[in-house]
Design a protein around this ligand. Structure first.
Ligand SMILES: *Cc1c(COP(=O)(O)O)cnc(C)c1O
Length: 357
């Protein structure tokens, strides 16, 4: 007798983690912070280690109150999760099931299609436009009576493009009130355009908007797994029902609070990453690669059939990237030393290459 399997699971791809890096190589495959944790954050976590025989505060009250104050919202609309990927999953489970549709742009965050399928709902992927950005008109046109949730990843992973604040607001206003628009701002801290902060603004102004933020990228806590959402209160209540109990550890909550205390220091680090991102982009363009200008902590190179070539060139130079076969390579903005390595790897190219659109 075969072991039981759930119908439909064959269609769900397992999440693929960014390649691990051999010792000494630059790991630019997972959009992590290149900086080690702040000493103050390490110290706060160390002080809590003696309590790990206790369950965490499942309601994450201290952190939620802190965030509520910061965004001038009721703590009831703030939810925390084991990374914002868990919150994306909670939101889908909170609003969509069998026969419902969940929309996102494509290519966008790799986890969306699987999370939608796992919830039993149907993913609807709307192609990015020729600028590698969200095609909001096409997304509006793709709404059906079964649409329950729409993700807008802003800045978009893996392309680094942003939707402007006004454009995003016009989109939100045109989406029916019974469809939840989830603005995934995992990379918002690196955005130097006027769309910075648009998600929270829209949450305040529209009843059918949720925003996702994470401590993994700009705040450097990827290994501890913590993110938060602002969502309409009824949705937040349902998120708590579908959440796996005790998913967010006390250490993660402690580190998140300590990071909020150290935002000045973190801002300096974020600025450094932005400098390296822009440097990475111009190095690639100068070397003839069709790199897309980015507002995130990575750069997308839609290299098409030369994807393997670029991935290999960088790997041989000690730089591990995220390649999407036949489509392109995503390179995280690491430290200055990491990007020095990219520079030397690119300089070993045999001949200058023609840029492709
Ligand atoms: C990295 C990422 C997340 C969440 O990461 P967590 O570590 O789960 O917080 C969410 N959305 C996008 C688009 C991401 O790239």
């Amino acid at each position: 007798m075969p072991l039981p399997t759930r119908a439909g699971l064959d269609a769900v791809p397992a999440y693929r983690q960014g390649r691990s890096a051999p010792a000494g190589a630059s790991k630019l495959s997972s959009n992590e912070s290149p900086h080690p944790p702040l000493p103050s954050v390490v110290e706060a976590v160390q002080q809590r280690l003696s309590s790990i025989h206790r369950y965490p505060d499942m309601s994450a009250a201290a952190l939620r109150e802190r965030l509520a104050e910061r965004y001038d919202v009721d703590p009831a609309v703030v939810t925390v999760g084991a990374g914002s990927v868990e919150l994306a999953s909670q939101l889908i489970h909170a609003v969509a099931g069998e026969g419902d549709e969940v929309m996102f742009a494509w290519r966008s965050f790799e986890a969306y299609p699987s999370l939608v399928r796992i919830a039993g709902a149907t993913p609807v992927a709307v192609p990015l436009n020729s600028d590698h950005a969200h095609d909001l008109d096409a997304m509006l046109a793709a709404i059906t009576p079964r649409t329950r949730l729409i993700f807008v990843c802003n800045p978009n992973n893996p392309t680094g493009t942003v939707v402007g604040a006004a454009e995003l607001e016009a989109f939100v206003a045109a989406v029916p009130r019974d469809v939840l628009v989830v603005i995934d701002e995992a990379y918002v801290h690196f955005d130097r355009t006027e769309s910075y902060g648009a998600g929270v603004e829209l949450f305040h102004r529209h009843p059918h908007v949720a925003v996702l933020h994470t401590f993994s990228k700009a705040y450097g806590l990827a290994g501890l797994r913590i993110g938060y959402a602002l969502a309409p209160v009824e949705i937040a209540e349902n998120q708590r029902k579908v959440a796996v109990p005790f998913g967010v550890t006390d250490l993660a909550q402690t580190a998140a609070l300590a990071s909020l205390d150290a935002e000045g220091e973190l801002a300096v680090r974020i600025d450094e990453v932005v400098v390296q991102r822009d440097r990475l982009h111009s190095l690639l363009v100068t070397a003839g690669w069709p790199a897309v200008a980015s507002q995130a902590n990575f750069v997308w190179v839609p290299a098409g059939d030369r994807t393997d070539e670029l991935e290999l060139l960088l790997r041989e130079g000690g730089v591990i990237t995220r390649a999407f076969p036949g489509e392109g390579v995503r390179i995280s903005a690491g430290s200055a030393e990491d990007i020095d390595r990219v520079q030397s790897a690119l300089s070993t190219q045999t001949a200058p290459q023609e840029a492709r659109a």
